[in-house]
Design a protein around this ligand. Structure first.
Ligand SMILES: *Cc1c(COP(=O)(O)O)cnc(C)c1O
Length: 367
C-alpha cells in the first residue's frame, strides 16, 4: 500500500523533539499568545521575506482577517481563482464582499493575469491569487495590474510556504499573504492554525487587533474583531517542523523530478514548472481525460491518489452559478482531469518507481 500522504513517517522521525516541545509548553502553562507564537511569527516572517508574521487560528481565518485588514468592505468585489480550495471564495463572502471568479491558466492551474485585468470593475478592491499545488502564481503580472488599478493583493500561500517567484519568496509579493498549518500542508501542525504575513505596518497592526477581539490593549476594544489566535502548543510543534521545511521542500522537488524521469513518454500531462517560479510540490498533480479510470486502477494496485479538486468553485452547489462550466472552461476541465499522486518528503524511491510503473501499466491498458 502506497499512501497519497503519510504523516506517521514524519512524526516517527520527530517523536522525541515534538514531545519535548509539547512538554515545554505544558510546563509553562502559557497557552495563548506567548513566546512560542512570537518566535514562530518572526521565524516565518524572516523565511518569507517580510517584517511581520501574525499567528491566527486557521488558514481560512487568515484570509478573512487579511481581507478586512487591507480594507475590503461589504459590497466590494474581490478577484479570486475559479479553481482552488473553497476557502479562496468563502473567505470573501465572510466579509460580505463578492468573489469575482477568474479562470486559470491551464498550464499552471493559477490565475490567468490577462483574465484578471479584464475582470476589474470600479467595485474591485483586491486580487487574491492562489499558489496552487505549491507553485506561485504569476506575481509580477498580477502585482503590476494591482498597482496600475490601485488594488490590494492578498496571496493565498496556504500550499506554498517556502516557494518563491523570481527573487522574492511566496508571501513577499502581495500587501499581505496567508498561510495554513492544516496538518497535510507542507508545514503542517498537529491541529488547526494559520498565519498572516505582511511588510505593511498598518496592516500588521490591524491584524493583531482583529485576531484578538479588536483590542489594542487589554480589555480595551477599538473595533469588532475575532477570537482567532494560534496557540502555544501548535507554535512549539510547528517550530520543530519549520527547521526541516527547506529539506522537505527539496525532497518534494526531488520526488517531482523522479516522477518526470519515470513518466516520460506516458500519455499524461505532468505539472508544468513555469519559471521564474520555484515550485515546492505541495502536490504532484497530473492530468488526463481518463482520470477516473486511472484513479480506480491505482486504487486497485494499492496506490492512494486524491483529486484536488473534483468541483470548480463556481460549480459548487453553494454557488451554483448557471453556466459555470462554460464561463470557466479551464477550471471545469481541470476538475474533471486532475489527479494528485503520492507526494510527501518521506516517499521512497521504490514507491515512486512502483507508482510510475502502475500508471504506465494502467494507461497502457486504457489506451
Ligand atoms: C488549506 C487551504 C486553505 C484553508 O486553510 P485552513 O487552515 O484549512 O482553514 C485556504 N486556501 C488554500 C488554497 C488551501 O489549500
Amino acid at each position: 500500500m502506497i499512501p497519497q500522504i503519510d504523516l506517521t513517517r514524519q512524526h516517527e522521525a520527530l517523536k522525541a523533539e515534538l514531545a519535548a516541545a509539547a512538554a515545554r509548553v505544558l510546563a509553562s502553562c502559557r497557552f495563548i499568545l506567548g513566546p512560542e507564537v512570537a518566535a514562530l511569527e518572526s521565524e516565518l516572517a524572516r523565511l518569507c521575506g517580510v517584517s511581520h508574521g501574525i499567528g491566527v487560528a486557521s488558514g481560512t481565518d487568515a484570509l478573512v482577517i487579511a481581507l478586512k485588514a487591507v480594507g475590503v468592505r461589504p459590497g466590494d468585489e474581490v478577484i479570486t481563482s475559479a479553481f482552488s480550495f473553497v476557502a479562496s471564495a468563502t473567505s470573501v463572502l465572510m466579509v460580505d464582499a463578492r468573489p469575482v471568479f477568474v479562470d486559470i491558466d491551464p498550464g499552471t492551474y493559477n490565475l490567468d493575469p490577462a483574465l484578471v485585468d479584464k475582470a476589474v470593475t470600479p467595485r474591485t478592491r483586491a486580487i487574491m491569487p492562489v499558489h496552487l499545488y505549491g507553485q506561485p502564481a504569476a506575481m509580477d503580472a498580477i502585482t503590476a495590474i494591482a498597482r496600475a488599478r490601485g488594488l490590494a493583493v492578498i496571496e493565498d500561500a496556504a500550499q506554498a510556504v517556502g516557494a518563491s517567484y523570481g527573487d522574492k519568496p511566496a508571501g513577499a509579493w502581495g500587501d499581505v499573504a496567508c498561510l495554513s498549518f492544516y496538518p497535510t500542508k507542507n508545514l503542517g501542525g498537529c491541529g488547526d492554525g494559520g498565519m498572516i504575513l505582511t511588510a505593511r505596518e498598518d496592516v500588521a497592526g490591524q491584524v493583531r487587533r482583529l485576531r484578538n477581539h479588536g483590542s489594542s490593549r487589554r480589555y480595551e476594544h477599538v473595533e469588532l474583531g475575532y477570537s482567532s489566535r494560534l496557540d502555544e502548543l501548535q507554535a512549539a510543534l510547528l517550530r520543530v517542523k519549520l527547521r526541516r521545511l527547506e529539506d522537505w521542500n527539496q525532497s518534494r522537488r526531488r520526488i517531482a523530478a523522479r516522477y518526470r524521469e519515470l513518466l516520460a513518454g506516458v500519455p499524461l500531462t505532468l505539472p508544468e514548472e513555469r519559471l521564474p517560479a520555484r515550485h515546492v510540490y505541495h502536490q504532484f498533480t497530473v492530468r488526463t481525460p481518463k482520470r477516473d479510470a486511472l484513479a480506480m486502477a491505482l486504487t486497485d494496485a494499492g496506490i492512494g491518489t486524491t483529486i484536488h479538486y473534483p468541483i470548480a468553485i463556481p460549480a459548487q452547489p453553494m454557488f451554483a452559478l448557471p453556466d459555470a462550466d462554460r464561463a470557466f472552461p479551464h477550471a471545469a476541465r481541470a476538475s474533471a482531469e486532475v489527479l494528485s499522486l503520492p507526494c510527501f518528503p518521506e516517499l521512497t524511491d521504490a514507491e515512486i518507481e512502483a507508482t510510475s510503473r502502475a500508471i504506465r501499466d494502467a494507461l497502457g491498458r486504457l489506451h
